[in-house]
Structures are given as structure tokens and as C-alpha cells.
Design a protein around this ligand. Structure first.
Ligand code: KG4
Ligand code: ZN
Length: 368
């Protein structure tokens, strides 16, 4: 109740059942939450347009510990969720009583973190008597490359069957998106995610967490061919990935050359060489899957999609291979609630039943 009072004092009751989707033949306003890891996010979407997307990142807090501390993440979500939701509603010029549907990430993710966003969203939906949708975080990533413009709007009229790479600190996977809302996982990492490899390698090099953006920056002045690090599973016929061996080879290199990371030119070469190894694997496997299926389009999202070398290499390769490329906008690569809201609206309009307002979090929810 405090949740609602703090958003608006006078909610407008609406006479629809939780699963009464006839409502959605008209314009709808949807409020979405995302709290699966260390970003507290809320967004308001209307008819495929993102009216507001607010993200409060906890990255500074977790930096001190060299990674995300789940208990601290959950506490921060409790503190930040209402201010973030209020800001999103204010920016969108929407009052909470005019929200037609509510969505939140139901999984996968950190249990304590997921719980905050999901339960707040369900409580709000229950009180307002609006439909609620629990959304799969990775399924939402699949559609973020289709958001374009400022403010972003969904461009599904141009939808093409595609292979989508989701590449972040927690996940690296290839998904065949056969049509809208229909997908099949082709492969995923058997150990570390690509972002995790950036972060762990960075830690070995003495860089702060998360090291991905720093490695990206340092690599600009380095040589990608100076050190020959392995490209794990690059020739493996499956669509799976493995990155822990690459991190281990950097560890052995530093054991044998402890002075290497002290020299700024060598550090830049190390960053460029490790980055090139990761990017080569991602690009090679993404393109190979697309050509094998075949599809004419590839997409990518997740924090590592911000990486400049990745964006350059995948763009050059797609242009050479005649493939259409859609990369999520850097603002929408990392976790956000806009992608949750856009997918939820798509699902409601496609007639998907609402999720129960007492449904539980699904921390290990498998895509598909
Ligand atoms: O999607 P995201 O914000 O969160 C999850 O992990 O779910 O991704 C964060 C990850 C971190 O591992 C971070 O180091 C990596 O994305 N990352 C990058 C870059 N920007 C973020 N890695 C390489 N280059 C970047 N520019
Ligand atoms: Zn994510």
C-alpha cells in the first residue's frame, strides 16, 4: 500500500479482470520493472514506444567487492525501486491510475533481487486490478535490437527471422528467433560468460570491476596480434561457448611475466589481444549459426554488445556475408525495463494469459 501511496494518492480503479485482454484492442500504457541483477529499472511503454526508461545502476557499490554481492543488490533494489518507478511515471507524464498493465522480470536472476521487482509489480497489479505479466529476462533481450530511435520505438514491421546473441556478465547464448515470440536456444556457455571473462581477466590485470568497458578503452591503444591467446571452442561444431580456458591462459601468462601488466604499452596490448580472442569467438559462432540455419539477419544484445571491437567486427563480417545486422542501442544493451515492457505489451496483444499475481520468482528459468 505504501508502494501505491508513494506513486500516486488516488488510483483509478478499472473494471477489468486480471486476464481480460479485450482491453488491448486500444492504446495501452504499461509499467515495467527489471531487478534481476544489479540494475534497478522501470519503464513506461505505450503502443511499442518507450515513453520513459529509468535505470539506477549499483555498479559503483559492487566495484568495491570485485563483483555483484546478491544481498547488497537486493537491499539496494528495495531502496531504489520506488524512486525509479516514480521518475519513470513522471518522465512519461503518466499517473499510476492510468497504467493499463504491469510487467516485471520473473527470472532468471538473483533470487533476492528478482523478488523485489516481481513482488512490487504484482502488488501494484493486484491493487489496481490490472493484468500482470512475468517476463523472461533473456526473451526480453531478444527483442531489444528491434528498438530504434530517440525515444526508442519497436520496429517490428521490419522483423526478420534471426540468430540472436545474448552476451553479458552472466550469459552468453545463441538463440534462433524463428518468428516473433517463437525461439529456440541453439547453444550457451558451458562455463564463464564472455562478460565474466572480460571482468576476471581485468581483475588479473589489476583493473577495477566491471573491467569490460576499461579493457575496451585500453585496447584502443594496443595491438590485438601481440599476444596469441586461445579462442576456445571456435571450431567446435556446436553453438556452445567456453571462456574459462582463456582466462586461465591469461593467468599463466601473468605468472610467467609478472611485470607485463605494470607497463602501460604492454597492458594495452594484453587488453587488445584478450578482447580480440573473445570477439573472434563471438563473431565466428554467431555468423556460422546464421549461415547454417540459414537466416538473413543477426542481432545482439547484453552488456558486451557495447564493446567497440565487437561492434566493428560483426558489422564488417555481416556486410561481407550479406547479412542484415541489428545491434541493441548501447543504452539498451545493458539491463533495462524498456525491453521488459516492450515484450510484455507484445505478449498481451498476442493474447497471452496474464501471470498470477502470486506467481513465484523463477531464478533458474530456462529460455524456451
Ligand atoms: O548486461 P549487463 O549489464 O549485465 C549482466 O551481466 O546481466 O552486462 C554487464 C557485462 C559486464 O561483464 C561488463 O564487463 C560487460 O558487460 N561490458 C563490456 C562492455 N560494457 C559492458 N564488456 C566489454 N566491452 C564493453 N564495452
Ligand atoms: Zn541482461
Amino acid at each position: 500500500m505504501a508502494l501505491l501511496r508513494s506513486l500516486e494518492s488516488k488510483p483509478r480503479y478499472f473494471g477489468c479482470q486480471f486476464n481480460d485482454l479485450t482491453l488491448f484492442n486500444r492504446s495501452i500504457v504499461l509499467l515495467a520493472f527489471e531487478t534481476s541483477c544489479d540494475e534497478t529499472a522501470a519503464a513506461v511503454v505505450r503502443n511499442g514506444r518507450v515513453l520513459a526508461s529509468v535505470v539506477s545502476s549499483q555498479v559503483k557499490m559492487h566495484e568495491e567487492y570485485g563483483g555483484v554481492v546478491p544481498e547488497l543488490a537486493a537491499r539496494e533494489h528495495i531502496k531504489n525501486l520506488l524512486p525509479v518507478a516514480r521518475q519513470a511515471l513522471t518522465q512519461a507524464k503518466v499517473s499510476v491510475g492510468n497504467v493499463d498493465a504491469i510487467a516485471a522480470t520473473q527470472g532468471p536472476g538473483l533470487p533476492g533481487a528478482l523478488m523485489i521487482g516481481l513482488k512490487a509489480a504484482q502488488a501494484l497489479a493486484f491493487y489496481l486490478r490490472r493484468p500482470f505479466l512475468g517476463i523472461h529476462h533473456h526473451e526480453a533481450h531478444l527483442y531489444s535490437p528491434w528498438l530504434k530511435g530517440n525515444p526508442p520505438a519497436a520496429d517490428f514491421s521490419a522483423f526478420e527471422p534471426n540468430v540472436s546473441l545474448i552476451v553479458s556478465g552472466g550469459h552468453t547464448m545463441l538463440v534462433h528467433v524463428e518468428s516473433e515470440l517463437k525461439h529456440r536456444v541453439l547453444g550457451s556457455t558451458v562455463d564463464d560468460a564472455a562478460g565474466e571473462c572480460f571482468d576476471k581477466t581485468g581483475k588479473l590485470l589489476g583493473l577495477a570491476y566491471p573491467a569490460g568497458p576499461l579493457i575496451d578503452r585500453l585496447a584502443l591503444n594496443g595491438s590485438p596480434t601481440r599476444f596469441d591467446f586461445p579462442r576456445p571452442m571456435i571450431s567446435d561444431p556446436t553453438d556452445d561457448f567456453s571462456f574459462s580456458g582463456l582466462k586461465t591462459s591469461v593467468r599463466y601468462f601473468l605468472r610467467d611475466h609478472p611485470e607485463a601488466a605494470e607497463n602501460s604499452a604492454t597492458l594495452a596490448d594484453l587488453c587488445a589481444s584478450v578482447q580480440k580472442a573473445i570477439v573472434d569467438v563471438l563473431v565466428t559462432k554467431l555468423i556460422r549459426a546464421a549461415k547454417r540455419l540459414p537466416v538473413r539477419c543477426v542481432t545482439a544484445s547484453g552488456g558486451v554488445t557495447c564493446n567497440r571491437q565487437f561492434r566493428k567486427e560483426i558489422a564488417e563480417t555481416c556486410s561481407r556475408e550479406g547479412l542484415q545486422l541489428r545491434l541493441a542501442d548501447p543504452m539498451l544493451c545493458t539491463d533495462n525495463a524498456a525491453m521488459i515492457g516492450i515484450l510484455a505489451e507484445r505478449k498481451l496483444r498476442a493474447g497471452q494469459a496474464a501471470t498470477n499475481v502470486d506467481a513465484d520468482i523463477l531464478p533458474a528459468w530456462q529460455l524456451g
